[in-house]
Write a protein that binds this ligand. Structure first.
Ligand SMILES: CC(C)(COP(=O)(O)OP(=O)(O)OC[C@H]1O[C@@H](n2cnc3c(N)ncnc32)[C@H](O)[C@@H]1OP(=O)(O)O)[C@@H](O)C(=O)NCCC(=O)NCCS
Length: 329
């Protein structure tokens, strides 16, 4: 029997490693240039975690900040869902490690693997579980240490990605605010256009496989670009239709921060003015599942997204997966 409830965002938080890698730094590692990277992607710098530190510290920091912002104690959290493809270990779920770090003693915890769509997939699952099970407080996190799976000799990929984590605490809504509509979708036909072959059961970390750099990102950039724009538009049109709204009703669009040109193409097709599109890809690069919750937190704390605003979030990633959500703050 579904509970007569819906989720609202009570608080948000974000964390990024201190160390910054600029395009000038990358020029010393691979055959690239600041001008090329800025022109094709809009990325100027990215934050990178110290090797061997894992995702748990970043995800836990983002979670603690979100809890503080929400005014909720960790012990009140019923469920933690973490979207990531770069968790600390193959198992257990990094969500369990975060649970231990923040002291969310009463929570269930699991990870979701949906690449750059991880946060919005987690958000929809959280909302659905709040409605069906009756959870009152859910911590939704998106976090990645993508620099741990980059091939630093491949200029096609190592220039694009960065590390970070973002989190949101969801509570039960009473007024018209909260998650209004959400859509998630996948198309496995294109799985091999963007993927990391190792170190799962297909390519376990044998010495031979490690030599072949199996545990690094492989990507057909042009193809990914094409599908990214059309899929993001598809996701947005579905949530707007479901809510009976149009793009004119959007106060702020928070798109996945993969590439400035993808963001601009989506904004143009929706006819959205620049001030209604949140962009921070220049400072973080593509942080995959972390990009939307980090941007959402920055938008809220900087006054770009305020109480009562209609925020549209949209993403696209490996799988292919894509997702969109409309939230009234
Ligand atoms: C990766 C991407 C920036 C490449 O831009 P592009 O305009 O498509 O460039 P191409 O892939 O056609 O490559 C053109 C040339 O630039 C080169 N190039 C690629 N990366 C480069 C870099 N960092 N610096 C300099 N040259 C680079 C290529 O090797 C190629 O050279 P060639 O013609 O001698 O073979 C672009 O395709 C993209 O952003 N795709 C989407 C990626 C993405 O967002 N993925 C995550 C989705 S969640």
């Amino acid at each position: 029997m579904p509970y007569d409830t819906h989720s609202i965002i009570l608080g948000t938080g974000r964390a990024a490693p201190e160390k910054i890698l600029t395009n000038a730094d990358l020029e010393k590692i691979v055959d690239t240039s600041d001008a090329w990277i800025v022109e094709r992607t809009g990325i100027r710098e990215r934050h990178i975690a110290e090797p061997g530190t894992g995702l748990t510290p970043l995800a836990s920091e983002a979670a603690r900040k979100a809890l503080e912002d929400a005014g909720i104690e960790a012990e009140q959290i019923d469920l933690i869902i973490l979207g990531t493809v770069t968790g600390d270990y193959t198992f257990p779920a990094t969500a369990c490690l975060v649970q231990e770090q923040i002291g969310a003693k009463h929570a269930a915890a699991f990870d979701i693997s949906a690449a750059c769509s991880g946060f919005l997939y987690s958000l929809q699952c959280a909302d659905a579980l709040m409605r069906s099970v009756g959870y009152r407080h859910v911590l939704v996190i998106g976090g990645e240490v993508l620099t741990s799976i980059l091939d630093w000799s491949d200029r096609n990929t190592c220039t694009l990605f960065g590390d970070g984590a973002g989190a949101a605490v969801l509570g039960v809504g009473q007024d018209g605010s909260g998650l209004i509509a959400s859509h998630i979708q996948s198309n496995g036909e294109h799985a091999h256009l963007l993927y990391n072959p190792g170190c799962g059961s297909m390519y376990p970390p044998t010495p031979e496989n490690v030599d072949q750099k199996v545990n690094t990102i492989r990507m057909e950039g042009k193809e990914v670009f094409r599908y990214a724009v059309s899929s993001m538009l598809d996701g947005l049109s579905k949530v707007l239709a479901r809510a009976g709204l149009t793009s004119e009703d959007i106060d702020l669009l928070i798109p996945h921060q993969a590439n400035l040109r993808i963001i601009q193409a989506v904004g143009k097709r929706l006819d959205l003015p620049e001030e209604k599109i949140f962009i921070n890809v220049g400072h973080y690069g593509n942080t995959s599942a972390a990009s939307i919750p980090m941007a959402l937190d920055e938008a809220r704390r900087s006054g770009r997204a305020n109480k009562g605003d209609l925020v549209a979030m949209v993403t696209f990633g490996a799988g292919f997966t894509w997702a969109a959500a409309l939230v009234r703050l």
